[in-house]
Design a protein around this ligand. Structure first.
Ligand code: F6P
Length: 523
């Protein structure tokens, strides 16, 4: 049993709603399909967005989860008690919903939904970025064939995912994303790029992150050592702290700002998306915004269980809070989305990996599960053993595309998709693989949940839509949990301790002191 907040401070309606959810019967997936012939119609829905040619979209099939009419109704009551509609309106109107930092979370304004002034400002910043991208493509800054994009966390994961997904047929400018402070990462980019035709993007919301600033300085050294007379002339800054970028030496004309109210892990829609526009073209970046916008409109205008990100959050809460699942897995059955689980890890775990409510009261019980995953079919031959026969329940999301990304024999894609669908079916059905059906080692318990997102194709609009779907799902989870998904104080203590060590101070434990000494460093 769990409780949100201190016993007497908890919103009574929220507590009652959770009690009602916990008291519900939990039939098996098989029983649920038998009990309701219209189950698929109720729990699988299609969402459309403007696609590369015409309209595109995806099927969001949550029918292989333990949601049913009763569970959905109980979660709708929880959403009402948690003022989901009010909080969603606050988010989408630019209210200061990030209470611990006293500011709004305005990523949807980048996509045209938000406070009027913020939407206008985002459009202006996009225009500025578009002009610079066009100028570089036209050769106004000389021949540019490579971009080393330096950023970390939200300033790298989105661009990295988008470039990997969308630039497979070749890029206008080759983008090398470098995040880690380990010099090997930067050296790899140096080896792949030609200094004479390379630009450097320094992407940092704060323009203070040590990894990014150290890598940026080394990239400038590399340009200089390789004959570039004015290395700063090759730098573009993507930041919400434009003054710091100018102070650091970037020419104002190549500083692309974005608003402080756009969170780091929600920032690929802002100038942090510059490498996407430069590498794959402005149209692709714009299509990502359009795909995300379509999902924003759905999220804004749809109530209750028909709201797909909210419905997904209902299932997430059912598994994490009620059934005790500590992890959730995401497997992309498409190489173009192989970095999607990495992207989701920051989005979900940095947003909802919290332990207090927005009132500062302790949350007793689980908040975000651990998000993990990979690509199919690789995962089947490595980790799916545990999903099928391990002792823990792991809800799995499958993401696939009807259209293949490859031009090989269609057999490849057919095998990919049949395997994807077979995994969901097998997890649910279970069975026994032995001849007599009795060998316990060959028994599959079944009744293991999964959801499937089947896209028409993986184009820019779809990628934008998929990311926006998960942003809203994450927000909906936070509302149901009563937590603020927009701060990330949990990253601060380790950063401070590293600084203390560097400064030669800090009071460290014997283990840490011994490790520092063994590495030739001292505290
Ligand atoms: O340390 C965590 C974090 O603040 C993330 O939230 C953020 O995406 C990342 O670091 C990078 O921050 P910045 O863009 O300011 O360099």
């Amino acid at each position: 049993m769990w409780r949100v907040g201190k016993e007497f401070n908890v919103n009574v309606a929220v507590r009652k709603a959770w009690d009602a959810i916990e008291a519900l019967q939990q039939p098996t997936l098989g029983q649920l399909f038998t009990a309701d012939p219209d189950r698929l119609g109720k729990l699988s829905a299609r969402l459309d967005w403007p696609g590369s040619e015409d309209m595109g979209g995806a099927i969001f099939d949550w029918s292989k989860t333990h949601l049913d009419d009763d569970v959905l109704a109980a979660f709708e009551a929880l959403a009402d008690a948690s003022d989901f509609a009010g909080r969603r309106a606050a988010l989408l109107s630019g209210a200061a919903i990030n209470v611990t930092e006293g500011r709004a979370a305005e990523h949807t304004a980048q996509r045209g939904i938000g406070a009027e002034a913020s939407v206008e400002e985002a459009a202006e910043f996009h225009h500025r970025m578009h002009l610079l991208v066009d100028a570089i493509h036209r050769g106004a800054l000389g021949e540019i064939r490579h971009l080393i994009h330096i950023g970390i966390g939200g300033s790298a994961l989105g661009p990295k995912l988008a470039i990997d997904a969308l630039a497979r047929d070749g890029a206008l400018v080759e983008v090398h994303v470098v995040s880690n402070i380990d010099g090997l990462a930067l050296e790899e980019a140096f080896a792949a790029a030609d200094p004479a035709t390379t630009m450097v993007a320094v992407a940092s919301k704060t323009f203070t992150t040590i990894e990014t600033m150290t890598n940026a300085a080394s990239a400038l050294d590399w340009l200089k050592e390789n004959g570039v007379v004015d290395p700063y002339g090759r730098v573009v800054a993507l930041t919400a702290a434009p003054d710091k970028a100018v102070e650091w030496g970037v020419d104002e004309t190549r500083v692309l700002p974005f608003s402080e109210s756009v969170g780091g892990r929600y920032s690929l829609w802002s100038s942090i998306g510059f490498p996407i526009a430069l590498g794959v073209g402005w149209e692709a970046f714009d299509a990502m915004l359009a795909g995300a916008h379509a999902v924003d409109v759905h999220f804004r205008d749809t109530d209750g269980r028909a709201n797909l990100p909210l419905r997904a959050a209902f299932a997430d809460q059912l598994y994490t809070r009620v059934r005790g699942c500590q992890t959730r897995a995401v497997f992309a059955y498409d190489e173009r989305l192989k970095l999607f689980p990495d992207y989701l890890q920051q989005l979900e775990m940095e947003s909802n990996g919290k332990r207090v409510t927005f009132d500062g009261e302790p949350v007793e019980g689980a908040t975000a599960p651990i998000t993990w995953g990979g690509v199919g079919t690789d995962g089947q031959h490595a980790v799916f053993q545990l999903l099928h026969q391990g002792t823990v329940e792991v809800p799995v999301d499958f993401i696939a595309s009807v259209a293949p990304g490859d031009a090989l024999d269609p057999a490849h894609h057919a095998i990919l998709l049949t395997n994807c669908f077979a995994q969901g079916a097998a997890l649910m059905a279970g069975g026994n693989m032995s001849a007599d059906g009795k060998d316990p080692a060959r028994a599959f318990p079944g009744d293991r949940p999964s959801a499937t997102i089947l896209c028409d194709d993986i184009d820019a609009a779809t990628l934008g839509a998929l990311i926006a779907f998960h942003e809203h799902r994450t927000f909906a989870n936070a509302v149901l949990l009563g937590i603020n998904p927009f701060d990330q104080f949990g990253v601060e203590l380790g950063k401070k301790m590293a600084k203390d060590i560097e400064a030669g101070g800090g009071d460290f434990d014997p283990s840490t002191r011994a490790l520092l000494e063994a590495a030739g460093l001292s505290a």
